[in-house]
Design a protein around this ligand. Structure first.
Ligand SMILES: Cc1cc2nc3c(=O)[nH]c(=O)nc-3n(C[C@H](O)[C@H](O)[C@H](O)COP(=O)(O)O)c2cc1C
Length: 478
């Protein structure tokens, strides 16, 4: 491993629509004094040309295994050994499958099998391709083999669908390369090391030769992706070499079922407010904290209704989920889900919606851009606070970027909530609480303000649900 400046990257570009972003990655590597040599698959060459990559990288671009001049000297082996790091970007579903199976039927996959250098894969594909069990199993196999697999971004896709599978921005990919070069990510740390089982031989770690070693049976442990509730990958945009066994298989373990017989209503995620059939107003909420609270409440024995905005998270076991898009849909779903003993309003509901939604896609004209007139959305928390069916414990979330506690204290009064969970969502895109794995909250109750240390969102959920169970009046029936 070495400093990021001066790093030698072998960049394998697969046949995905996001291949054009790899051009920007080449530029960033060069700008940061790195060297880059590109290998294009046949699919990749459908999206970007060797000429573009050669010009940007200032190096020859390799496209075929059957190159007489290069292969006299076993060019594919040399290529795979000259770099400090091999980066596959975009890593198509096809490429991940071939890498996981050890298939070597073109230059890219042959050198990936032959390399003795660390490998980083940056997947990009349609959301269903990404969530497909085959892809997830392939990723788990690769992660287990020590390949660093970056978590794809979530958002609208070129195919018109929405969800996880977008290539992270080139700057974030360069950030991961830099973090690796600076020692932030241990490419060769095999997950097996963490559970006390026999570590692989040193020379078998890091590259795809690590994969071959990992395919030799070493016990019955399942790959990370197949282990219930085990996080498959590290946080957004960061490398995933985290040992799957570092967190318990089920992070939500309560003593008994303290919320047995209770109905807990949770909202989570953003809302999408349409402007026209293809555009909408949204925010960066991922829904992770709300889903974790729903999961923890269900594990504590509650009947849980989860009203979820547009997110692509799996429904936690034992939870009834209602999917909605807009703030008004969410308000309706919440009303219809009452009565509830507890309501935890985690969703980042849009304050405003477009005043006039167009039936057809708005056209770009040479005249001035159209004005976007907004009107206020229903305030779900405040409505619940004054509702005849007000839950006996009403908890709101406050996402603030300044004066976090002061704003939360005021919000508690204004919305007539019992508790406000306040969190600071300032910070750069991708490194904020919104979308991140961790949260640092302030719990505002009628007893004052508690500052909780930063912890994983699952831990925040466990602790909050524990507090909810303590706060509820004991039931007459037991
Ligand atoms: C227009 C178009 C876009 C595609 N985008 C993706 C993509 O983003 N991710 C992916 O995994 N496959 C995508 N594919 C499918 C791959 O190109 C296909 O699986 C191909 O065999 C990949 O080859 P490679 O992995 O050798 O590059 C796309 C195909 C087409 C025609």
């Amino acid at each position: 491993m070495q400093e990021a400046g001066g790093i030698k990257v072998l960049l394998v570009i697969g046949g995905g629509i996001a291949a054009y972003k790899s051009c920007e990655l080449v530029r960033l590597i060069r700008k940061n004094d790195g060297e880059v040599t590109c290998v294009l698959t046949d699919g990749g060459a459908q999206f970007v040309t060797p000429m573009t990559l050669a010009a940007l990288s200032e190096n020859p671009v390799h496209t075929t295994l059957w190159d007489l001049k290069n292969e006299v000297e076993m060019g594919h082996i040399q290529l795979s050994r000259e770099a400090d790091l091999v980066v596959v970007c975009p890593a198509t579903a096809n490429m991940l499958a071939k890498m996981a199976m050890g298939i070597a039927d073109d230059l890219a996959t042959t050198l990936l099998l032959a390399t003795d250098k660390p490998v980083m894969a940056v997947p990009a594909m349609n959301v269903r391709m990404w969530h497909h069990a085959a892809t997830q199993a392939n990723v788990a196999t690769l992660v287990e083999a020590g390949v660093m697999v970056l978590d794809p971004d979530e958002g609208p896709m070129a195919c018109g669908e929405y969800g996880a599978g977008r290539l992270p921005e080139p700057q974030a990919i360069w950030g991961a390369i830099e973090a690796w070069a600076n020692g932030g990510t241990q490419a060769g740390t095999h997950p097996a090391d963490a559970d006390g089982s026999e570590p692989l031989a040193k020379e078998a770690q890091g590259g795809l030769d690590g994969l071959i070693a990992s395919l030799i049976p070493r016990g019955t442990r399942k790959p990370a992706a197949l282990e219930e509730d085990a996080p498959l990958l590290a946080g957004k945009g960061s490398a995933a070499a985290a040992p799957p066994d570092a967190s318990p298989a089920n992070p939500y373990a309560f003593d008994g079922r303290p919320l047995e017989g209770r109905h807990v209503l949770v909202t989570a995620g953003p809302t999408h407010e349409p402007i026209d059939p293809v555009r909408y107003i949204a925010n960066r909420s991922s829904g992770k904290q709300g889903f974790a609270i729903a999961a923890a409440a269900a594990a504590a024995g509650a009947r849980v209704t989860l009203v979820a905005g547009p997110v692509s998270l799996p429904t936690p076991p034992g939870v009834t989920r209602i999917d909605v898009q807009t703030a008004r849909d969410m308000a309706d779903a919440v009303r219809q889900s009452l009565p509830a003993d507890v309501a935890v309003m985690t969703a980042a509901v849009a304050d405003w919606r477009a005043a006039d939604t167009r039936g057809q896609k708005m056209k770009k004209r040479s005249s001035a851009p159209p004005a976007l007139r907004l009107e206020e959305n229903p305030d779900i928390l405040a409505t619940l606070g004054t509702s005849e069916q007000r839950p006996s414990l009403l908890i709101g979330f406050a996402a603030e970027t300044e004066d976090v506690v002061e704003n939360a204290l005021a919000k508690r009064e204004r919305k007539r909530a019992d508790w406000i969970v306040a969190n600071d969502v300032s910070g750069p895109v991708g490194a904020s609480v919104m979308g991140g794995a961790d949260n640092r909250i302030h719990l505002v109750t009628d007893n004052g303000v508690e500052d909780w240390p930063e912890m994983a969102k699952e831990e925040v959920a466990m602790k909050l649900v524990g507090r909810i169970a303590e706060a509820l009046e004991p039931r007459d029936d037991g």
